[in-house]
Design a protein around this ligand. Structure first.
Ligand code: ADP
Ligand code: ASP
Ligand code: MG
Length: 405
Protein backbone atom coordinates (compact mmCIF):
# COMPACT_ATOMS: atom_id res chain seq x y z
CA UNK A 1 0.00 0.00 0.00
CA UNK A 2 1.31 3.42 -0.95
CA UNK A 3 0.25 6.92 0.07
CA UNK A 4 -0.40 9.08 -2.95
CA UNK A 5 -1.14 12.78 -3.16
CA UNK A 6 -2.94 13.56 -6.41
CA UNK A 7 -3.50 17.15 -7.51
CA UNK A 8 -5.99 18.06 -10.23
CA UNK A 9 -5.76 21.52 -11.83
CA UNK A 10 -8.53 23.86 -12.96
CA UNK A 11 -9.05 22.45 -16.45
CA UNK A 12 -9.14 18.90 -15.04
CA UNK A 13 -12.14 19.79 -12.86
CA UNK A 14 -13.78 22.32 -15.21
CA UNK A 15 -17.32 20.84 -15.18
CA UNK A 16 -19.44 18.01 -13.79
CA UNK A 17 -18.21 15.54 -16.39
CA UNK A 18 -14.56 16.33 -15.54
CA UNK A 19 -15.35 15.99 -11.84
CA UNK A 20 -16.79 12.51 -12.45
CA UNK A 21 -13.69 11.55 -14.47
CA UNK A 22 -11.46 12.66 -11.60
CA UNK A 23 -13.68 10.89 -9.06
CA UNK A 24 -13.41 7.61 -11.01
CA UNK A 25 -9.63 7.90 -11.22
CA UNK A 26 -9.25 8.69 -7.54
CA UNK A 27 -11.62 5.88 -6.56
CA UNK A 28 -9.76 3.40 -8.76
CA UNK A 29 -6.47 4.39 -7.11
CA UNK A 30 -7.95 3.72 -3.70
CA UNK A 31 -9.43 0.40 -4.84
CA UNK A 32 -5.98 -0.65 -6.01
CA UNK A 33 -5.08 -0.56 -2.32
CA UNK A 34 -3.62 2.89 -1.83
CA UNK A 35 -4.30 5.76 0.53
CA UNK A 36 -5.20 8.87 -1.43
CA UNK A 37 -5.13 12.56 -0.59
CA UNK A 38 -6.55 14.71 -3.39
CA UNK A 39 -5.82 18.41 -3.84
CA UNK A 40 -8.03 20.33 -6.23
CA UNK A 41 -7.96 23.75 -7.87
CA UNK A 42 -10.94 25.98 -8.59
CA UNK A 43 -13.12 24.78 -11.48
CA UNK A 44 -12.02 25.98 -14.95
CA UNK A 45 -11.58 29.74 -15.12
CA UNK A 46 -13.22 30.42 -11.74
CA UNK A 47 -10.20 32.22 -10.26
CA UNK A 48 -9.83 34.50 -13.32
CA UNK A 49 -13.55 35.25 -13.25
CA UNK A 50 -13.48 36.13 -9.55
CA UNK A 51 -10.54 38.48 -10.10
CA UNK A 52 -12.42 40.18 -12.95
CA UNK A 53 -15.51 40.51 -10.74
CA UNK A 54 -13.50 42.14 -7.95
CA UNK A 55 -11.98 44.63 -10.42
CA UNK A 56 -15.47 45.66 -11.52
CA UNK A 57 -16.28 47.01 -8.07
CA UNK A 58 -12.83 48.22 -7.03
CA UNK A 59 -9.75 48.95 -9.16
CA UNK A 60 -7.47 48.18 -6.20
CA UNK A 61 -9.21 45.59 -4.04
CA UNK A 62 -7.62 44.89 -0.66
CA UNK A 63 -5.42 41.80 -0.55
CA UNK A 64 -7.24 40.39 2.46
CA UNK A 65 -10.63 40.58 0.74
CA UNK A 66 -9.10 39.18 -2.46
CA UNK A 67 -8.07 36.07 -0.52
CA UNK A 68 -11.49 35.81 1.07
CA UNK A 69 -12.95 35.83 -2.44
CA UNK A 70 -10.48 33.64 -4.34
CA UNK A 71 -10.39 30.88 -1.74
CA UNK A 72 -14.08 30.19 -2.43
CA UNK A 73 -13.21 28.71 -5.84
CA UNK A 74 -11.30 25.77 -4.37
CA UNK A 75 -13.97 25.30 -1.72
CA UNK A 76 -16.57 24.66 -4.41
CA UNK A 77 -14.30 22.07 -6.02
CA UNK A 78 -13.66 20.02 -2.89
CA UNK A 79 -17.34 19.78 -2.03
CA UNK A 80 -18.35 18.80 -5.57
CA UNK A 81 -15.60 16.18 -5.81
CA UNK A 82 -16.61 14.70 -2.45
CA UNK A 83 -20.21 14.45 -3.71
CA UNK A 84 -19.02 12.86 -6.96
CA UNK A 85 -17.03 10.27 -4.99
CA UNK A 86 -20.00 9.56 -2.74
CA UNK A 87 -22.10 8.90 -5.86
CA UNK A 88 -19.59 6.15 -6.74
CA UNK A 89 -19.99 4.64 -3.30
CA UNK A 90 -16.61 5.85 -2.07
CA UNK A 91 -15.97 7.19 1.41
CA UNK A 92 -14.55 10.70 1.03
CA UNK A 93 -14.38 13.91 3.01
CA UNK A 94 -13.60 17.45 1.88
CA UNK A 95 -11.54 20.00 3.80
CA UNK A 96 -10.56 23.63 3.37
CA UNK A 97 -6.84 24.45 3.72
CA UNK A 98 -7.30 25.62 7.33
CA UNK A 99 -9.24 22.45 8.21
CA UNK A 100 -6.38 20.40 6.79
CA UNK A 101 -4.02 22.24 9.17
CA UNK A 102 -2.24 24.45 6.64
CA UNK A 103 -0.77 27.54 8.33
CA UNK A 104 0.66 30.40 6.27
CA UNK A 105 2.31 33.75 6.88
CA UNK A 106 0.22 36.91 6.46
CA UNK A 107 1.41 37.94 2.97
CA UNK A 108 -2.08 37.99 1.50
CA UNK A 109 -2.39 36.88 -2.17
CA UNK A 110 1.13 35.41 -2.12
CA UNK A 111 1.32 33.73 1.26
CA UNK A 112 3.91 31.09 2.11
CA UNK A 113 3.11 27.86 3.92
CA UNK A 114 4.80 28.01 7.32
CA UNK A 115 3.63 24.72 8.84
CA UNK A 116 1.17 21.89 8.33
CA UNK A 117 -0.49 19.98 11.16
CA UNK A 118 -1.98 17.07 9.24
CA UNK A 119 -3.62 15.25 12.17
CA UNK A 120 -7.12 15.54 10.80
CA UNK A 121 -6.02 14.38 7.33
CA UNK A 122 -4.19 11.42 8.89
CA UNK A 123 -7.16 10.42 11.07
CA UNK A 124 -9.47 10.38 8.06
CA UNK A 125 -6.98 8.35 6.00
CA UNK A 126 -6.72 5.88 8.88
CA UNK A 127 -10.52 5.61 8.83
CA UNK A 128 -10.27 4.54 5.19
CA UNK A 129 -11.47 7.81 3.65
CA UNK A 130 -10.26 9.65 0.61
CA UNK A 131 -9.31 13.11 1.85
CA UNK A 132 -9.93 16.04 -0.51
CA UNK A 133 -8.10 19.24 0.37
CA UNK A 134 -8.74 22.67 -1.14
CA UNK A 135 -5.57 23.84 -2.88
CA UNK A 136 -4.05 27.33 -2.84
CA UNK A 137 -5.11 28.31 0.70
CA UNK A 138 -4.23 28.32 4.36
CA UNK A 139 -4.75 30.30 7.53
CA UNK A 140 -2.64 33.21 8.80
CA UNK A 141 -1.54 33.73 12.41
CA UNK A 142 -4.47 36.21 12.69
CA UNK A 143 -6.91 33.45 11.56
CA UNK A 144 -7.54 35.07 8.20
CA UNK A 145 -7.70 32.99 5.07
CA UNK A 146 -4.75 33.49 2.73
CA UNK A 147 -3.94 32.26 -0.78
CA UNK A 148 -0.58 31.07 -2.08
CA UNK A 149 -0.27 32.95 -5.39
CA UNK A 150 -1.41 31.81 -8.84
CA UNK A 151 -0.86 28.12 -9.37
CA UNK A 152 -0.61 27.63 -5.60
CA UNK A 153 -2.51 24.33 -5.51
CA UNK A 154 0.66 22.63 -6.77
CA UNK A 155 2.41 23.85 -3.63
CA UNK A 156 -0.41 22.66 -1.37
CA UNK A 157 -0.08 19.20 -2.92
CA UNK A 158 3.70 18.95 -2.59
CA UNK A 159 3.71 20.36 0.93
CA UNK A 160 1.09 17.83 2.01
CA UNK A 161 3.06 15.05 0.31
CA UNK A 162 6.17 16.14 2.22
CA UNK A 163 4.53 16.29 5.63
CA UNK A 164 2.56 13.05 5.14
CA UNK A 165 5.69 11.35 3.72
CA UNK A 166 3.73 10.30 0.66
CA UNK A 167 5.36 7.91 -1.79
CA UNK A 168 4.68 10.21 -4.73
CA UNK A 169 2.97 13.50 -5.53
CA UNK A 170 1.14 13.32 -8.86
CA UNK A 171 0.22 16.58 -10.58
CA UNK A 172 -2.58 15.88 -13.06
CA UNK A 173 -3.04 18.59 -15.65
CA UNK A 174 -4.16 19.30 -19.23
CA UNK A 175 -0.82 18.29 -20.82
CA UNK A 176 0.75 14.87 -20.37
CA UNK A 177 4.02 16.05 -18.86
CA UNK A 178 6.70 18.68 -18.84
CA UNK A 179 7.81 19.60 -22.35
CA UNK A 180 10.94 21.28 -23.73
CA UNK A 181 8.78 24.39 -23.93
CA UNK A 182 5.08 25.24 -23.73
CA UNK A 183 3.54 22.87 -26.33
CA UNK A 184 0.85 25.50 -26.97
CA UNK A 185 3.50 27.86 -28.34
CA UNK A 186 5.67 25.26 -30.08
CA UNK A 187 3.61 22.25 -31.20
CA UNK A 188 6.78 20.24 -31.95
CA UNK A 189 7.97 20.56 -28.33
CA UNK A 190 9.10 17.22 -26.91
CA UNK A 191 7.85 15.58 -23.73
CA UNK A 192 10.62 14.96 -21.19
CA UNK A 193 10.71 11.60 -19.38
CA UNK A 194 12.58 13.19 -16.52
CA UNK A 195 13.91 16.56 -15.43
CA UNK A 196 16.17 17.56 -12.51
CA UNK A 197 14.65 19.52 -9.61
CA UNK A 198 16.99 22.45 -10.34
CA UNK A 199 16.01 22.57 -14.00
CA UNK A 200 12.32 22.37 -13.18
CA UNK A 201 12.75 25.05 -10.54
CA UNK A 202 14.33 27.39 -13.08
CA UNK A 203 11.75 26.56 -15.77
CA UNK A 204 8.90 27.19 -13.32
CA UNK A 205 10.35 30.41 -11.90
CA UNK A 206 11.06 31.62 -15.41
CA UNK A 207 7.48 31.25 -16.57
CA UNK A 208 6.66 27.60 -17.37
CA UNK A 209 3.41 27.61 -15.43
CA UNK A 210 3.00 23.83 -15.57
CA UNK A 211 4.23 23.83 -11.92
CA UNK A 212 4.30 26.65 -9.39
CA UNK A 213 7.99 27.25 -8.60
CA UNK A 214 7.46 27.04 -4.86
CA UNK A 215 6.09 23.52 -5.24
CA UNK A 216 9.36 22.47 -6.87
CA UNK A 217 11.34 24.14 -4.09
CA UNK A 218 9.40 22.08 -1.54
CA UNK A 219 9.82 18.91 -3.58
CA UNK A 220 13.57 19.40 -3.77
CA UNK A 221 13.95 20.33 -0.12
CA UNK A 222 11.98 17.34 1.16
CA UNK A 223 12.89 14.88 -1.60
CA UNK A 224 9.28 14.48 -2.78
CA UNK A 225 9.12 12.54 -6.05
CA UNK A 226 6.95 14.60 -8.38
CA UNK A 227 5.17 13.27 -11.43
CA UNK A 228 3.40 15.55 -13.93
CA UNK A 229 0.80 13.73 -16.01
CA UNK A 230 -2.44 14.05 -17.94
CA UNK A 231 -5.79 13.83 -16.21
CA UNK A 232 -7.41 13.00 -19.55
CA UNK A 233 -5.16 10.19 -20.84
CA UNK A 234 -3.46 7.29 -19.12
CA UNK A 235 0.05 7.86 -20.49
CA UNK A 236 3.28 8.05 -18.48
CA UNK A 237 4.19 11.58 -17.46
CA UNK A 238 7.39 13.36 -16.51
CA UNK A 239 9.30 12.58 -13.32
CA UNK A 240 10.91 15.53 -11.53
CA UNK A 241 13.81 14.19 -9.49
CA UNK A 242 17.31 14.44 -8.10
CA UNK A 243 19.94 15.22 -10.71
CA UNK A 244 22.13 12.41 -12.05
CA UNK A 245 25.41 12.87 -13.88
CA UNK A 246 24.12 11.97 -17.35
CA UNK A 247 21.66 14.88 -17.27
CA UNK A 248 24.61 17.20 -17.91
CA UNK A 249 25.01 15.71 -21.41
CA UNK A 250 22.05 17.82 -22.53
CA UNK A 251 23.04 21.48 -22.71
CA UNK A 252 19.61 23.07 -22.89
CA UNK A 253 16.70 21.15 -21.37
CA UNK A 254 14.05 23.71 -22.18
CA UNK A 255 12.91 27.22 -23.04
CA UNK A 256 10.62 29.23 -20.76
CA UNK A 257 8.74 32.47 -21.33
CA UNK A 258 7.37 34.88 -18.76
CA UNK A 259 4.98 37.24 -20.49
CA UNK A 260 3.85 38.88 -17.26
CA UNK A 261 6.77 41.25 -16.72
CA UNK A 262 6.98 45.04 -16.69
CA UNK A 263 10.06 47.27 -16.76
CA UNK A 264 10.71 50.28 -14.54
CA UNK A 265 13.49 52.75 -15.44
CA UNK A 266 14.60 55.45 -13.02
CA UNK A 267 16.34 58.19 -15.00
CA UNK A 268 19.29 60.34 -14.12
CA UNK A 269 20.08 58.87 -10.73
CA UNK A 270 23.14 60.24 -8.85
CA UNK A 271 25.87 57.61 -9.23
CA UNK A 272 27.05 57.34 -5.63
CA UNK A 273 27.13 54.64 -2.95
CA UNK A 274 23.85 53.93 -1.21
CA UNK A 275 21.42 55.07 -3.90
CA UNK A 276 20.65 51.63 -5.31
CA UNK A 277 20.20 50.34 -1.77
CA UNK A 278 17.68 53.13 -1.12
CA UNK A 279 15.70 52.28 -4.27
CA UNK A 280 15.48 48.57 -3.62
CA UNK A 281 14.80 48.97 0.10
CA UNK A 282 11.68 50.88 -0.83
CA UNK A 283 10.65 48.29 -3.42
CA UNK A 284 11.18 45.37 -1.08
CA UNK A 285 9.25 47.12 1.72
CA UNK A 286 6.31 47.16 -0.72
CA UNK A 287 6.73 43.35 -1.08
CA UNK A 288 7.56 43.57 -4.76
CA UNK A 289 9.80 40.90 -6.24
CA UNK A 290 12.37 42.61 -8.38
CA UNK A 291 13.83 40.43 -11.07
CA UNK A 292 16.39 41.55 -13.66
CA UNK A 293 18.33 44.71 -12.69
CA UNK A 294 20.52 46.76 -15.02
CA UNK A 295 22.46 49.90 -14.17
CA UNK A 296 23.77 51.85 -17.14
CA UNK A 297 27.28 53.26 -17.54
CA UNK A 298 27.64 56.47 -15.55
CA UNK A 299 27.76 59.77 -17.42
CA UNK A 300 28.90 62.86 -15.55
CA UNK A 301 27.98 61.38 -12.21
CA UNK A 302 24.49 60.20 -13.21
CA UNK A 303 23.13 56.88 -14.37
CA UNK A 304 19.85 55.10 -15.21
CA UNK A 305 18.63 52.10 -13.21
CA UNK A 306 16.19 49.67 -14.85
CA UNK A 307 14.55 46.63 -13.32
CA UNK A 308 11.69 44.30 -14.06
CA UNK A 309 8.78 43.44 -11.77
CA UNK A 310 5.78 41.16 -12.19
CA UNK A 311 3.19 43.10 -14.20
CA UNK A 312 0.68 42.59 -11.39
CA UNK A 313 3.00 44.55 -9.11
CA UNK A 314 3.32 47.53 -11.46
CA UNK A 315 0.71 49.65 -9.67
CA UNK A 316 2.39 48.90 -6.36
CA UNK A 317 5.75 49.88 -7.89
CA UNK A 318 4.34 53.20 -9.08
CA UNK A 319 3.14 53.92 -5.56
CA UNK A 320 6.53 52.93 -4.12
CA UNK A 321 8.34 55.20 -6.62
CA UNK A 322 6.29 58.25 -5.66
CA UNK A 323 8.35 60.33 -3.30
CA UNK A 324 11.49 58.30 -3.92
CA UNK A 325 12.61 60.36 -6.92
CA UNK A 326 12.97 63.51 -4.87
CA UNK A 327 14.59 61.62 -2.02
CA UNK A 328 17.39 60.28 -4.23
CA UNK A 329 17.57 63.26 -6.60
CA UNK A 330 16.53 61.38 -9.76
CA UNK A 331 14.97 63.11 -12.76
CA UNK A 332 12.05 60.85 -13.60
CA UNK A 333 10.74 57.34 -14.01
CA UNK A 334 9.28 55.49 -17.00
CA UNK A 335 7.30 52.27 -17.13
CA UNK A 336 7.12 49.70 -19.91
CA UNK A 337 4.29 47.27 -19.15
CA UNK A 338 4.89 45.28 -22.35
CA UNK A 339 8.04 43.23 -21.83
CA UNK A 340 8.70 39.50 -21.60
CA UNK A 341 11.55 37.42 -20.28
CA UNK A 342 12.70 34.45 -22.34
CA UNK A 343 15.09 31.92 -20.83
CA UNK A 344 17.02 28.81 -21.74
CA UNK A 345 17.62 26.31 -18.94
CA UNK A 346 19.83 23.25 -18.48
CA UNK A 347 22.22 21.74 -15.94
CA UNK A 348 24.51 20.98 -18.91
CA UNK A 349 25.38 24.70 -19.06
CA UNK A 350 27.74 24.12 -16.14
CA UNK A 351 30.02 22.06 -18.34
CA UNK A 352 29.46 23.50 -21.83
CA UNK A 353 30.57 26.85 -23.23
CA UNK A 354 29.33 29.23 -25.94
CA UNK A 355 25.65 28.91 -24.98
CA UNK A 356 24.91 32.62 -24.50
CA UNK A 357 26.62 33.44 -27.77
CA UNK A 358 24.46 30.90 -29.61
CA UNK A 359 21.33 32.28 -27.95
CA UNK A 360 22.06 35.94 -28.73
CA UNK A 361 23.08 35.06 -32.29
CA UNK A 362 19.82 33.22 -32.97
CA UNK A 363 17.77 36.14 -31.63
CA UNK A 364 19.78 38.67 -33.67
CA UNK A 365 19.35 36.62 -36.86
CA UNK A 366 15.61 36.96 -36.33
CA UNK A 367 15.65 40.71 -35.58
CA UNK A 368 14.73 40.25 -31.93
CA UNK A 369 16.32 43.01 -29.89
CA UNK A 370 17.62 42.23 -26.40
CA UNK A 371 16.83 44.80 -23.74
CA UNK A 372 18.35 43.20 -20.64
CA UNK A 373 20.34 40.04 -19.90
CA UNK A 374 20.71 37.97 -16.77
CA UNK A 375 22.51 34.67 -16.23
CA UNK A 376 23.06 32.07 -13.57
CA UNK A 377 24.87 28.75 -13.52
CA UNK A 378 22.12 26.86 -15.35
CA UNK A 379 20.14 29.54 -17.22
CA UNK A 380 20.41 32.54 -19.50
CA UNK A 381 17.51 35.02 -19.63
CA UNK A 382 16.82 37.96 -21.91
CA UNK A 383 14.20 40.68 -21.56
CA UNK A 384 12.60 41.62 -24.89
CA UNK A 385 9.43 43.25 -26.28
CA UNK A 386 6.41 41.18 -25.33
CA UNK A 387 5.07 41.17 -28.89
CA UNK A 388 8.13 39.12 -29.92
CA UNK A 389 7.95 36.61 -27.06
CA UNK A 390 6.41 33.67 -28.93
CA UNK A 391 8.75 34.19 -31.88
CA UNK A 392 11.73 34.20 -29.54
CA UNK A 393 10.61 30.93 -27.93
CA UNK A 394 10.28 29.28 -31.37
CA UNK A 395 13.64 30.61 -32.54
CA UNK A 396 15.48 29.36 -29.43
CA UNK A 397 13.69 26.01 -29.42
CA UNK A 398 14.92 25.53 -32.97
CA UNK A 399 18.42 26.93 -32.36
CA UNK A 400 19.05 24.41 -29.58
CA UNK A 401 17.45 21.55 -31.57
CA UNK A 402 14.88 20.71 -28.93
CA UNK A 403 12.04 19.50 -31.17
CA UNK A 404 10.90 15.90 -31.24
CA UNK A 405 11.15 13.67 -34.29
P1 ADP B 1 -3.50 23.38 -14.14
O1 ADP B 1 -4.78 24.12 -14.30
O2 ADP B 1 -3.66 21.91 -14.28
O3 ADP B 1 -2.74 23.76 -12.91
P2 ADP B 1 -1.79 25.07 -15.74
O4 ADP B 1 -2.51 25.82 -16.78
O5 ADP B 1 -1.40 25.78 -14.50
O6 ADP B 1 -2.63 23.77 -15.41
O7 ADP B 1 -0.46 24.41 -16.34
C1 ADP B 1 -0.51 23.61 -17.49
C2 ADP B 1 -0.13 24.44 -18.70
O8 ADP B 1 1.24 24.82 -18.59
C3 ADP B 1 -0.18 23.72 -20.02
O9 ADP B 1 -1.48 23.76 -20.56
C4 ADP B 1 0.84 24.45 -20.87
O10 ADP B 1 0.23 25.36 -21.76
C5 ADP B 1 1.64 25.24 -19.86
N1 ADP B 1 3.09 25.04 -19.99
C6 ADP B 1 4.01 26.05 -20.02
N2 ADP B 1 5.23 25.56 -20.17
C7 ADP B 1 5.12 24.22 -20.24
C8 ADP B 1 6.07 23.15 -20.39
N3 ADP B 1 7.39 23.38 -20.50
N4 ADP B 1 5.60 21.88 -20.41
C9 ADP B 1 4.28 21.64 -20.29
N5 ADP B 1 3.33 22.60 -20.16
C10 ADP B 1 3.75 23.88 -20.12
N1 ASP C 1 -7.07 28.48 -8.59
C1 ASP C 1 -5.76 29.07 -8.39
C2 ASP C 1 -5.27 29.69 -9.69
O1 ASP C 1 -5.98 29.68 -10.68
C3 ASP C 1 -4.76 28.09 -7.84
C4 ASP C 1 -4.41 26.94 -8.75
O2 ASP C 1 -5.12 26.65 -9.70
O3 ASP C 1 -3.38 26.30 -8.51
O4 ASP C 1 -4.19 30.22 -9.73
MG1 MG D 1 -1.38 25.32 -12.44
Amino acid sequence: MALLVQKYGGSSVADAECMMRVARRVHKTQQEGHEVVVVVSAMGKTTDNLIALAKQVNARPSDREMDMLLSTGEQISVAILAMALHSLGADAVSMTGPQAGIATDDAHTKAKIMAITPDRVRENLDAGRIVIVAGFQGITPAFDIATLGRGGSDTTAVALAAVLKADVCQIFTDVDGVYTTDPRIVPTARKLDEIAYDEMLEMASLGAKVLQSRSVEFAKKYGVVLEVLSSFEETPGTIVREEVKKMEDVVVRGVAADKGQAKVTIQHVPDKPGVAAQVFRKISAARINVDVIVQNVSEQGYTDISFTVPQDDLQRSETAMAGLLEEIGAKGVTYDPEVAKISIVGVGMRTHTGIAERMFGALADNSINIDMISTSEIKVSVVIKRSQADDAVRVLHEAFELSGE
